[in-house]
Ligand binder design. Structure first.
Ligand SMILES: Nc1ncnc2c1ncn2[C@@H]1O[C@H](COP(=O)(O)OP(=O)(O)OP(=O)(O)O)[C@@H](O)[C@H]1O
Length: 752
């Protein structure tokens, strides 16, 4: 079957976490006890964190903007694709900020400003006996426990610093508005950000000021990583930019900083940097001009000259591909000692085995600090969260992937509380409900829609077809339960069936049912002489290709080639064959009449095509943004939508349009098809529920009744329980209800 769900690759589907890794069982007598509550555990005294203004104001010196090229300059640096990159000793040692590796005492350690590495400062133990004394001994195979040991002292010290001695058991920094740590105040920010001739005066909200202090605190303590995980739209970008400004102002550190973000956000970052820190020079390293800059940067590096900018802004794709140009780019990036490598939407690093993770790590490992911004740090499971931790602090969290995977799949209440303790010192997360009482309300609605005859028949036919195929297969290979396909059908096939059911639940035109094989042969005969598939293509090949098309794709092809005979181009009534499109037909005109403006998200571009048709039929004006939209056009589309109230709607693919964009021109979000990963949908809904929104926001989730849509919704809800349990204080996992795997769902659907 031809792939027509462009936003999701086959690999992604195959690896999609449908597994119910979060059947959460709270152990009654958990083998491991959380160490964070150990009261017999007193860390060594720390230096004072009191804020001192520098004697010398770095802003007054023009030369301070110049940044030295690292001396570890190696033109022959290999890219990470060449296998053992991440374990190469030189890469590990070069920029190493602290060492906690128990048995490698000879490691070369770069001394910190205050003359000691973190392992020394926090007196991290090297032998089991010493841990035993502290009541923190763990078994050899307890990977989480080991990491917890390493974090415990850092954690306690930082918590004490933030909360005072009475509150060391607090799990997160959310409530630190009353924090005793005030390294900087708004006055300091005024002084640091003041630029002559600029009418703009940045004023941080109180919790944002806390966020900046949190980052400065970790920096002062020489902690090489941090995760700023405030909910979407609370201003992480602004806090990060202010922090970088203060590094220059307080610590005479003008960079260079490397900022990595999704392509859609490059322009927004450039704009916010210009607005909030106009004194920084920023180089956007992307698109056509990149190769020109690449040569220039390469020459600068070769000549050992300082970089002429404070911030280099790049997108994640630079770390994903294997083209010669991208390999060259990465080699160049590795040559500089970055002060801060900042990753926006850092959940993009949830897969430690991806090229993106490894390539970016090979650049970021040497940085003084790896700062991650994400409103959704916990995506599908704890294993993915660990990938983020390992990226942030490789020395602390690196471990054998396979062992960890097994361990973190066995999620339970005790493990979750231990993960909370591990995260404690490094993560700052505030929820909108915590800090922005004045933020407009968000109303959640789930619309269960009912299929009518055509769609219902299509769904039932698909069940019959797949049931017959899978039963034949089961009969052939298995003598076991005839009603389970798990372990009998290949995973990919289960996944394909599931996708087919999801498609029909979304729109029946996403499969071929209207056009028969005879129709297809007839169309092929018309299309072949027109060279629709190239003039060298044989008629047989055209027929074969067309047979793999869905109804909508054939309709579009006929439309394009103007072939409109009997049962040719479909009439508008076909677009209303889906329950969801009919729901839109009811909802959108009303919303338009009341002046509401709407964001409509789908995971599939082919579905967005059908939605365009639907909106045309309904007379709703719209813009569209998906993965195929030129990066240079994306901000213009966002601006056009936000500023032009005559545009009623914006169609977005959940992947390309769901992250980072500010679309406060809308006050309504429709999630047309839900993702298994609820964080993806959360990201999408917060495009308009954010600072700057003045109207209450309504979120509609469309779920087709009696289809796998309902299972996807259940799985997504369950995953949010884990998210709240790990990242929110006071929330606990519960054992109510099991989450089925995709295979189990299909088994029950296909059983006789
Ligand atoms: N203190 C402030 N004063 C004025 N505007 C602000 C302030 N803080 C944030 N904003 C504005 O609020 C909007 C949301 O901020 P931002 O994009 O930084 O949020 P975010 O947390 O990074 O969101 P996401 O997770 O969706 O990327 C932006 O338009 C930003 O300019």
């Amino acid at each position: 079957m031809k792939r027509d769900f462009d936003e999701i690759s086959d690999d992604e589907w195959a690896n999609h976490s449908f597994k119910p890794s979060r059947i959460l069982t709270t152990t009654q007598n958990g083998k491991h006890k959380s160490n964070s509550s150990s009261s017999s555990f007193f860390p060594p005294p720390l230096e004072s964190f009191a804020f001192k203004k520098p004697q010398h104001n770095p802003l007054s010196s023009g030369d301070d903007d110049c940044v030295q090229v690292t001396e570890h300059f190696n033109l022959e640096d290999d890219d990470v694709e060449e296998e053992e990159e991440t374990t190469r000793p030189s890469a590990v040692n070069r920029g190493r900020r602290f060492v906690v590796d128990d048995d490698d005492e000879d490691e070369e350690v770069e001394e910190r400003e205050n003359g000691a590495d973190l392992a020394e400062v926090y007196d991290i133990k090297s032998s089991d006996d010493e841990w035993e004394e502290e009541g923190l001994a763990v078994e050899d195979d307890d990977l989480v426990g080991k990491a917890l040991q390493k974090c415990a002292k850092i954690s306690l010290e930082l918590k004490r610093e933030l909360y005072g001695t009475g509150m060391t058991s607090c799990d997160r920094y959310a409530e630190v508005e009353a924090s005793s740590v005030k390294i900087v105040t708004q006055d300091d920010i005024d002084a640091a950000c003041a630029v002559a001739d600029s009418g703009f005066q940045p004023v941080l909200k109180p919790y944002q000021l806390v966020g900046v202090n949190f980052l400065l605190l970790l920096h002062r303590k020489g902690i090489g990583g941090a995760i700023l995980a405030d909910e979407m739209g609370l201003g992480k970008t602004i806090q990060a930019i202010t922090y970088l400004t203060l590094l220059k102002y307080l610590h005479n550190d003008p960079g260079p900083h490397l900022i990595v973000c999704p392509a859609s956000l490059l322009e927004n970052w450039e704009r916010e940097l210009k607005k909030w820190c106009p004194s920084f020079s920023v180089l956007l390293y992307h698109g056509a001009t990149r190769s020109a800059y690449s040569k220039e940067l390469g020459s600068l590096a070769k000549a050992g000259l300082p970089l002429p900018f404070n911030v280099l802004l790049v997108c994640y794709s630079l770390f994903e591909r294997h083209s010669a140009q991208q390999k060259d780019d990465r080699k160049i990036l590795k040559r500089w000692q970055w002060s801060c490598v900042l990753m926006d939407e850092a959940h993009a690093l949830k897969d430690k085995n991806s090229y993106r993770w490894k390539n970016l790590m090979s650049v970021a490992r040497n940085a003084n600090q790896r700062l991650m911004l994400t409103g959704t740090p916990l995506q599908n499971d704890l294993h993915e969260l660990w990938s983020l931790l390992e990226f942030m602090m490789p020395d602390l969290f690196a471990t054998e992937d396979e062992d960890l995977k097994k361990l973190l799949n066995a999620e339970d209440g005790d493990l979750i509380s231990r993960m909370k303790s591990i995260l404690g010192p490094f993560i700052l997360r505030r929820l909108k409900s915590d800090v922005m009482q004045q933020l407009v309300p968000k109303i959640q609605r789930v619309e269960y829609v009912s299929m009518e005859k055509h769609q219902d028949c299509a769904y039932k036919e698909a069940i019959e077809e797949y049931r017959a195929v899978s039963h034949a297969r089961i009969a052939k290979v298995s003598k076991g339960d005839p009603n389970t396909i798990v372990g009998v059908l290949p995973r990919r096939q289960i996944s394909n069936y599931f996708v087919q059911f999801r498609k029909i639940a979304n729109h029946p035109l996403l499969v071929r049912r209207v056009y028969s094989d005879e129709d297809v042969i007839c169309f092929a005969k018309k299309l072949h002489p027109k060279g629709a598939f190239g003039f060298e293509c044989t008629l047989e090949r055209v027929i074969e290709e067309l047979k793999s098309y869905n109804d909508f794709s054939i309709h579009r092809l006929l439309l394009y080639h103007d072939i409109n005979e009997k049962k040719g181009i479909l009439s508008d009534k076909y677009v209303m064959l889906s329950a969801k499109c009919r729901a839109l037909a009811e909802l959108l005109p009303d919303l338009k009449k009341c002046g509401h403006r709407v964001l409509i998200f789908s995971q599939w571009t082919s579905m967005l095509d059908i939605l365009e048709w639907t909106l045309d039929v309904l007379g709703v004006t719209y813009r569209r943004l998906d993965g195929s939209t030129q990066v240079t056009d994306r901000q213009a589309i966002v601006d056009a939508f936000n500023n032009d109230t005559s545009i009623n709607a914006c169609l977005l693919s959940t992947r390309a349009g769901g992250q980072g964009l500010n679309l406060t021109g809308a006050d309504t979000v429709i999630i047309h098809d839900l993702d298994f990963n609820p964080q993806i949908d959360r990201q999408a809904e917060d495009r308009c529920h954010r600072i700057g929104q003045t109207k209450p926001v309504t979120i509609y989730r469309l779920v087709t009744k009696g289809t796998v849509d309902e299972n996807v919704y259940e799985i997504a809800k369950r995953k949010l329980v884990l998210d709240a349990a790990v990242l929110e204080s006071g929330m606990e996992v519960n054992n109510e209800g099991d989450t089925l795997t995709m295979g189990e769902i299909l088994s029950s659907l296909l059983k006789v």
